[in-house]
Write a protein that binds this ligand. Structure first.
Ligand code: RIB
Ligand code: CA
Length: 311
């Protein structure tokens, strides 16, 4: 027993997912990884997760999950390949790895929570697997220490004016999760954009020379190129690492308890997290600890520490 948080990471690697996995490997005990269609199709994100585990300290089992959202909606695939590329990790030499330990992520989540009470679930992709686990076993959330989510925002989206990608990709799933009564910590875009990479950070990563830092340097350099093309700024918000730090280093983050709802039916705001800031200290069924601020210098130092260690 190391006293470090024990967690399962549900992800869609994804460049920022990759950095989050290496950060979690350094700061926590990662007992499993589940994958979900998101940044790229399920087969791609699962292959990426498997490759990333070869750089992690322990042998972490990877279980593939949902290949699409709970409700197919218009049937259009919901990916972010314009950011992450068709592979989900374009520009990165991802180590090749074996096949996943299983293809029933939901079954793995439920079984792991029964075997080890007090696990954290860090959800950094669309919430399809998480919602399916809650629907299959309502007792699931009560066995967890909590769910740390990268998703949503207190103000504005990145896929539409209102919706952030992880929530937008499966709003019905997000609605199930926020209504579940789980202990939720929510890092939205309002928070993650306070943790933006820079050329100076990339130089520090380049200078480290470990296998992890080499992959991280490729990851950040690729994100800088894509963000320059998409936004005019060669800097990337480190979204998913925030959800890891919300568990391992909550003292670095300013949280406020707020009710969080998800817009489902209005086409203009579908996938928006509606966060009610009118009343302090309310306690409703959709309550979550919503992140508003982060000690970015301290967070970057932890990220750099996580890249120095070689497996
Ligand atoms: O909106 C940012 C989120 O969408 C991150 O989790 C990123 O990896 C993408 O999945
Ligand atoms: Ca992600």
């Amino acid at each position: 027993m190391t006293g470090r948080p024990r967690m399962i990471i549900d992800c869609d690697p994804g460049h920022d997912d990759a950095l989050a996995l290496l950060l979690a490997d350094h700061l926590a005990d990662v007992v499993g990884i589940t994958t979900v269609s998101g940044n790229a199709p399920l087969t791609a994100v699962t292959a990426n997760a498997l490759g990333l585990t070869t750089l992690m300290q322990d042998d972490v089992p990877v279980h593939a999950g949902a290949a699409g959202p709970l409700s197919p909606g218009d049937g259009q695939p919901r990916h972010a390949t314009h950011v992450h590329g068709e592979s989900g990790l374009d520009g990165v030499d991802v180590p090749s790895a074996s096949s996943p330990a299983g293809d029933d992520a939901v079954g793995f989540l439920l079984e792991a929570s029964r075997r080890q009470a007090g696990l954290w679930l860090v959800a950094i992709g669309p919430l399809t697997n998480v919602a399916a686990a809650i629907s299959r076993d309502p007792g699931f959330v009560g066995r967890l220490a909590g769910i740390s989510i990268m998703g949503g925002s207190t103000r504005g989206g990145n896929v539409t004016a209102a919706a952030e990608f992880n929530i937008w990709a499966d709003p019905e799933a997000a609605d199930v999760v926020f209504r579940s009564g789980a202990g939720i910590r929510l890092c939205g875009l309002n928070l993650t954009h306070q943790l933006k990479t820079s050329a100076a950070l990339l130089d520090r990563i380049h200078a480290m020379g470990s296998a992890r830092s080499t992959l991280a340097a490729q990851t950040v350099a690729y994100l800088h190129d894509r963000m320059l093309a998409l936004t005019g700024e060669a800097a990337a918000a480190l979204h998913d690492p925030c959800a890891v730090l919300a568990v391992t280093h909550p003292e670095l983050i300013e949280f406020v308890s707020r009710p969080v709802a998800v817009s489902l039916s209005d086409p203009l705001t579908r996938g928006m997290t509606v966060i009610d800031e009118r009343f302090a200290g309310r306690n409703g069924p959709n309550q979550a600890l919503v992140a508003y601020g982060i000690d970015a210098p301290a967070a970057f130092e932890l990220l750099l520490e996580s890249l120095a260690a070689d497996r």
